[in-house]
Design a protein around this ligand. Structure first.
Ligand code: HGY
Ligand code: MN
Ligand code: MN
Length: 382
């Protein structure tokens, strides 16, 4: 399965993946998912958010144990973030001594990274109602295409999906660790404790378009100066509050070598161990943005998200003494836990901790340890 997925959406230049929601690459990934499911006798259905669900048994009769993750990536992302959880889910099913009477589901969540339309976990947020359909369908990508034009579900059918939610007895997402905690403890597998509060903000910095070669410096309103100050402010505020904040995406208009820009749009991703420090970071950034004549708009916010304690305790009982880790990375399992669906996570050691990069890696032996753990968890929850 792993070898089948490797070439899909991989950029030969960077070696990273460009697997964006609702694109031809996404369609190929969805075909792969359907093939892997049907080869195992699972029935594949779409929910009201475009998420793919592969079912063994009848989850409308008895809620099932669900495994899975996502297949989309950030631009030039790594091979493991998402796909490791989906492949491991199919491998865990294969590892059961026999098919159980309890239903089993495997899910491929749509658009977890929000790389194209800007909102992370779009599929799971729509499914749970955390994201309103009209807001989601109006999201536009860099070319101005609206999500509503491309999502594989008719607009009148998009939104919270009660039937699908009722089908989930418990959800366990296996994911490559995006950090080095397991390297430091020497474990191949860990259990997720919680997801840090985190959010995304759009910063709009106005300027005045003009000629680079004829406009005196004193006559310029150059938004690049405000951008430079913003990037420094983001780092300084994160440092001051022991938080994480990143300016990873910038759009300059008109983005010409010989033109003073008319405007700059920048996005800030901020996270931290508690909400107060993240809000403190944003307050400082917003004050600086407003002072520079700009505007800051919150695009998404996720509060501190503990995974379901009783389910995490069951995983610990099954797996024995494995580390329990908080994470600064958002996941669909966090969205489901927030919606009251029993959800937990398993992490697989990442030797460098690097993620959202072509350099993301996990050793095969650790991936197999993850499959063994997920198989034990699946068998134990049935
Ligand atoms: O951004 C995140 O934390 C996740 O990878 N979507
Ligand atoms: Mn990711
Ligand atoms: Mn992920």
């Amino acid at each position: 399965m792993w070898d089948e997925l490797q070439p899909i959406g991989r950029d030969p230049g960077t070696g990273g993946y460009r697997r964006y929601a609702w694109t031809p690459v996404d369609a190929t990934l969805r075909e792969w998912f359907t093939g892997a499911a049907e080869a195992r006798g699972l029935e594949v259905v779409l929910d009201r958010a475009g998420n793919q669900w592969a079912w063994w048994g009848n989850p409308d009769e008895t809620p099932g144990v669900v495994l899975g993750s996502h297949l989309d990536s950030v631009p030039d992302g790594g091979a493991f973030d998402g796909p490791l959880g989906v492949v491991s889910a199919f491998a865990a099913l294969d590892g059961l001594p026999a098919r159980p009477s309890t239903p089993i589901g495997i899910v491929n969540f749509a658009d977890e990274e929000g790389a194209r339309f800007g909102v992370a976990c779009t599929g799971s947020r729509l499914l749970t109602g955390a994201l309103r359909p009209e807001a989601a369908l109006a999201l536009r990508d860099g070319d101005g295409t609206a999500l509503g034009e491309v999502i594989g579900v008719g607009p009148e059918h998009v939104g919270r999906d009660e039937q699908t939610l009722r089908r989930i007895g418990a959800f366990v997402e296996l994911h490559v660790e995006q950090g080095r905690a397991l390297v430091d403890t020497g474990d191949a597998v860990g259990i997720g404790a919680s997801i840090w509060p985190h959010g995304r903000w759009r910063v709009e910095l106005p300027g005045e378009a003009n000629h680079a070669g004829t406009t005196a410096l004193a006559d310029r309103r150059d938004p690049m100066l405000a951008l430079a100050a913003l990037v420094q402010q983001v780092r300084a505020s994160a440092q001051r509050h022991d938080a994480l904040a990143t300016c990873g995406k910038v759009a300059v208009s008109p983005n010409a070598v010989n033109a003073v820009p008319s405007s700059v749009t920048a996005w800030v991703d901020a996270r931290g161990a508690d909400e107060a420090r993240v809000r403190a970071v944003l307050a400082e950034i917003e004050a600086a943005v407003v002072a520079a004549g700009g505007r800051l708009v919150e695009e998404s916010w996720t509060g501190s998200t503990p995974f379901t304690p009783s389910l995490s305790r069951e995983l610990q009982a099954i797996l024995g003494p494995v580390p329990v880790l908080p994470t600064g990375a958002g996941h669909d399992a966090g969205v489901l836990a927030t919606a009251g669906v029993p959800s937990a996570m398993l992490f697989v050691r990442n030797p460098t901790g690097v993620s959202h990069s072509p350099a993301e890696h996990a050793e095969e032996s650790d991936c197999l340890a993850g499959v063994a753990a997920l198989t034990a968890v699946l068998a134990g929850l049935l």
